[in-house]
Design a protein around this ligand. Structure first.
Ligand code: SAM
Length: 480
């Protein structure tokens, strides 16, 4: 936990100036424990059913129907180590970070872009709202962070999600006017993270705030270029500085007359944006939202929601890019993705017939030996850095098919012919499985899904009474 004594003096003085008499309450929030929360994954079970199952106390989050604050402090990391977490039943997310994606208004079947997506808190929120239909592109600029994003997409079972590792400029060149909804959860000076992470505070300076504001301008222009007429854009940050919040939106509205600010709901202690903090006293900014750590249970967030006028698709300068490919929206769906050979498909279907109830349908693509099922309405990915081009079904070996972890996590337990329930072997069986150990099973059923309390957590392969462990090596943990 950070104390105010660890925060840069200039930052504290700026907050004092901005907040006036209210600054005392804001300073005092640094003495309170940080807010911990989790969001139920509706692709696996509904929020009330999850709340009944959890072995620790939770309280609802007023602005997110699937969100909970963790209230009885079970040791801060316990919810992140529970087998329900490994099963993708929830995502750990502090409550104020649940606000922006909840305001995006995503409907099943839409095309949605999460432009700055890692590690995936808001991507997994959007994925739940899409209910497995439509297309979600989760993009992350930093390659390492894109990997963490991809793992979270896998764990939560998002089968209609493409994970990309691209620059916003290249995306804007490929996807003009393409998306129904876009979230820009921008890289920022992160002042709302200081309570949790004193090291983040060490980076703070006015010039860093200004550099963040310049980057946010570029990201927002790229996002506007990718939004269809009538589409919705939500911008959010986890910082308090007006330059990155009210002023960023004020300038955006001035650059793009086709955008209109839609007022956000001020539920459960959420505060309005502050027009007095804009350069021109723009009253419309009261329609933005601020989640202050001294007013709500949360670390702090800003959000603004914008609608692009119908037909407001005029290209903006930011959509430069390499110009190499035709706009994705004009291509045949999935055009350009490498189709599997008949033999590859036959190997997969043979595995499927033995292991899965029913078929996984849709368009398949083989990237080398890796077999994927593309999302419906999948654009051409040629030339884009795709970290996860859809649902990873598995790997085609010489004369057999080996399933990927993502397939186990994307289907409900009743889609698997054979199951191994860890609770039947006691809590020790779960610990052993997550450590990667072989388990005794007494049967010989081949590939099966391993479940915890009826929820798939990974693959196992039974042979001569033992269960070989296919829980991914990178996810295994020691000493649980
Ligand atoms: N939306 C994420 C979530 O809810 O888990 C958090 C996103 S974080 C606030 C901002 C992300 O933007 C970081 O992952 C960062 O790596 C990424 N980023 C950094 N520089 C960027 C750039 N130039 N363009 C786009 N994204 C960038």
């Amino acid at each position: 936990m950070t104390t105010t004594a660890q925060l840069p003096k200039a930052f504290l003085e700026k907050m004092q100036r901005l907040l006036g008499p209210e600054a005392e309450a804001w300073f005092a929030s640094y003495d309170a424990p940080r807010a911990i929360g989790l969001r139920a994954n509706p692709l696996k079970l509904d929020a009330s059913a999850l709340a009944r199952k959890l072995p620790f106390g939770v309280a609802p989050v007023p602005w997110c129907e699937t969100g909970f604050a963790v209230v009885d402090e079970p040791g801060a990391s316990a919810p992140g180590k529970h087998p329900y977490h490994a099963a993708g039943l929830y995502y750990m997310q502090e409550p104020s970070a649940m606000y922006p994606a909840a305001q995006l208004g995503v409907q099943p079947g839409e095309r949605v872009l999460d432009l700055c997506a890692a590690p995936g808190g808001k991507t997994t929120h959007i994925g739940g709202a899409l209910a497995g239909r439509g297309l979600l592109i989760a993009n992350e600029y930093e390659a390492k962070r894109a990997k963490a994003l991809s793992e979270n997409v896998e764990r939560l079972g998002l089968a209609n999600c493409l994970v990309l590792n691209e620059t916003p400029e290249r995306l804007a060149a490929r996807f003009p006017g393409y998306f129904d909804r876009i979230l820009v959860d921008a890289p920022c000076s992160g002042e709302g993270m200081f309570r949790k992470d004193p090291e983040a505070a060490a980076y703070w300076s006015e010039s860093h705030v200004e550099a963040c504001a310049r980057l946010q301008t570029e990201l927002l222009d790229a996002a506007v270029a990718m939004l269809r007429g009538g589409g919705t854009l939500v911008y959010s940050t986890c910082t308090f500085s007006p330059e990155e919040n009210e002023r960023a939106i004020e300038a955006l509205l001035a650059r793009h007359p086709a955008l209109e600010l839609e007022p956000l709901p001020l539920v459960g202690g959420v505060s309005p944006g502050v027009p007095a903090w804009t350069a021109g006293g723009n009253e419309r900014l009261a329609g933005a939202a601020r989640l202050w750590p001294h007013r709500v249970r949360g670390e702090g967030h800003f959000a603004a929601k914008l609608r692009k006028a119908d037909g407001g698709n005029a290209p903006v300068d930011a959509a430069g890019g390499d110009g190499a490919a035709a706009p994705a929206g004009k291509r045949r769906p999935s055009g350009g993705s490498p189709a599997p050979t008949r033999q590859q498909l036959a190997l997969y279907r043979a595995f499927e017939a033995e292991t899965i109830v029913g078929q996984v349908d849709g368009t398949f693509a083989a990237y080398g030996p890796q077999l994927y099922r593309l999302p419906e309405d999948c654009p051409d990915l040629t030339g884009l850095r795709a970290v996860r081009p859809g649902l990873h079904l598995g790997e085609l070996k010489k004369d057999r098919f080996e399933p990927n972890h993502a397939l186990a996590l994307a289907l409900p337990a009743d889609r698997f012919r054979h199951k191994y329930e860890l609770l039947d072997g006691g809590e020790r069986a779960a610990d052993a499985y997550f450590r990667g150990e072989t388990l005794a099973s007494g049967e010989d059923r081949g590939w099966l899904v391993v479940t915890y309390d009826g929820f798939p957590v990974g693959w196992g392969k039974e042979s001569k009474g033992t269960l070989k462990n296919f829980y991914p090596k990178g996810l295994r943990r020691m000493g649980v």
